[in-house]
Design a protein around this ligand. Structure first.
Ligand code: PEP
Ligand code: MN
Length: 347
């Protein structure tokens, strides 16, 4: 249950609701949603108690929503929500493509990839400065220097930047440099990180955990939303199954399931989801047809020598072909492909 206070309610009125529910053993936590205080109850009390709460001064409305996904649910908001990242809107009518290298390796590499993806019509630039690698001996990313390089390429191409945060202490510095914070699959249930990203209010891309159910994924999003940060975009990136032919099993049914349960935008990462560059195009097109709001794609101008996830990176030419095909598939489902600022401004 969520009790929404009126915009101009006073703290005594909020305290009264908390105390009243407390007498019936119902604990609440307060947060601010869309400029109003929302009291989220652990459980819904008896109907007659709900009626009493509704009648208290300062109470605007009471929504009876259970489970762990409340603020992210369709019961809370029936219309699709949109998330603005710079001038890009995710979850609106246009399909959005974020592309770039898995990891920022050096200035030249990032400049080459950024120019290539911008000219092929990407609307955002991706690239990891802090990399969560399975092996401690693999390239761990350039760290703060990588953030500077991303900011340079944003200035040059006009593409907003999405990059990963691995721990709460990185949230502030990364939010100063990047337009969107990515929470990777391995950190989907890093609760202190989710809370900190929530407190930042910054647009957030929340990837699905390698072994997370849709409910667990939506519960993770709820941690961010509860802090008053409604700018959450979900990203399906494949889950672990018994199938070894692909790096992960890209669960496109999850896109439709999430769309039904939640108002949050959902994009798909066919690169990490498959781990093979030749599988990226078919799965990307399937995602576009399946109702995803966009894609996150690994692209590298020297794909064979990429320092991170070389097997799944598209070359600039392959990415260009993908964008053309995506435009045609999207046409068939009546969805326009967002236009890159680089194409608009003639970079
Ligand atoms: C990434 O997008 O760079 C990444 C590490 O992805 P994931 O967290 O999905 O493995
Ligand atoms: Mn990667």
């Amino acid at each position: 249950m969520i009790v929404f206070m009126e915009r101009h309610s006073i703290s005594e009125q909020v305290d009264r609701v908390v105390a009243e529910l407390g007498t019936f053993g119902v604990r609440t936590t307060a947060c601010v949603q869309d400029g109003r205080v929302a009291l989220i109850a652990e459980r819904a009390p008896m109907p007659e108690i709900i009626e009493r709460i509704q009648a208290l001064r300062g109470v605007a409305e009471v929504l009876v929503i259970g489970g762990s996904s409340r603020l992210g649910s369709r019961a809370y908001r029936s219309a699709d929500s949109t998330v603005r990242v710079g001038d890009v809107v995710i979850g609106g009518p246009e399909f959005v493509v974020a592309a770039g290298p898995c990891a920022v390796e050096n200035g030249e590499q990032l400049a080459d990839v950024a120019a290539a993806v911008a000219l092929s019509g990407a609307t955002m630039l991706r690239g990891g400065a802090f990399k969560p690698r399975s092996s401690p001996y693999s390239f761990q990313g350039l760290g703060p220097a990588g953030l500077e390089l991303l900011a340079e390429q944003r200035a040059r191409t006009g593409l907003p930047v999405v990059t990963e945060v691995l721990e709460p202490a990185q949230v502030g510095p990364v939010a100063e440099r990047a337009d969107m914070l990515q929470i990777g699959a391995r950190n989907m249930q890093n609760f202190p990180l989710l809370r900190e990203v929530g407190r930042s209010g910054h647009p957030t891309l929340l990837k699905r955990g390698l072994a997370a159910t849709v409910d667990e994924w939506l519960a993770a999003a709820e941690y961010v939303l509860r802090e008053g940060n409604g700018n959450v975009v979900l990203c399906e990136r494949g889950i672990r199954t018994f199938e070894p032919a692909t790096r992960f099993t890209l669960d496109l049914s999850a896109v439709a399931v999430v769309k039904r349960q939640s108002h949050l935008p959902v994009i798909v990462d066919p690169s990490h989801g498959t781990g093979r560059s030749w599988l990226v195009r078919p799965l990307a097109l399937a995602a576009a047809a399946a109702g995803a709001d966009g894609l996150l794609v690994d692209v590298h101008t020297d794909a064979h020598n990429a320092l991170c996830d070389a097997d799944q990176a598209l070359t600039a030419k392959e990415f260009d072909e993908l964008m053309r095909s995506a435009g045609r598939v999207l046409g068939a489902v009546d969805r326009p492909l967002a236009c890159s600022p680089a194409l608009v401004e003639g970079m």
